[in-house]
Design a protein. Structure first.
Length: 147
């Protein structure tokens, strides 16, 4: 059984470990019928491949899938983006999903909107993890070149 508590206009919390979570890409999930764009991060686009042919977009989506698989996922809404998606700060069994994605190099801190994950990104750069090991173009630059 799913139980939800509506907090303010955009904040929805799932209290059920059984809630269906679908990963759309490395920074977007669907939970209880709501599409959440993960707060403060930007992951490689689904079709994004790095200079060394590493499939960054696919790997980021896989990493996010592993983070949420079998865990109770909750998201706190923080507004909406221009595409109508809810921007959400999401946790998996209490773990900050966004921080984990940035710390493992599967996403960048999206400093245009938040400085929340700069420390995690610095650590991933030093450790040469994920996108930082493959000379990947930042997702926002990759998108801009394809518009």
């Amino acid at each position: 059984m799913r139980k939800f508590l509506l907090i303010a206009t955009f904040a929805v919390f799932s209290t059920s470990a059984e809630a269906q979570v679908t990963v759309t890409d490395g920074d977007t999930i669907k939970l209880a019928g709501i599409t959440y764009r993960l707060w403060g991060i930007d992951a490689p686009e689904s079709k994004q491949v790095c200079a060394d042919d590493w499939a960054a977009g696919i790997e980021a989506a896989k990493a996010l899938s592993q983070l949420v698989r079998g865990r109770a996922v909750t998201c706190e809404g923080r507004g909406q983006d221009r595409y109508g998606r809810t921007i959400g700060l999401c946790l998996a069994d209490g773990q900050d999903i966004q921080a984990a994605m940035v710390r493992t190099g599967m996403a960048w801190a999206f400093t245009r909107y938040s400085s929340d994950y700069v420390t995690e990104e610095r650590a991933a750069i030093v450790d040469r993890l994920g996108v930082h090991a493959h000379d990947c173009e930042k997702a926002w630059d990759w998108r801009a070149q394809r518009r």
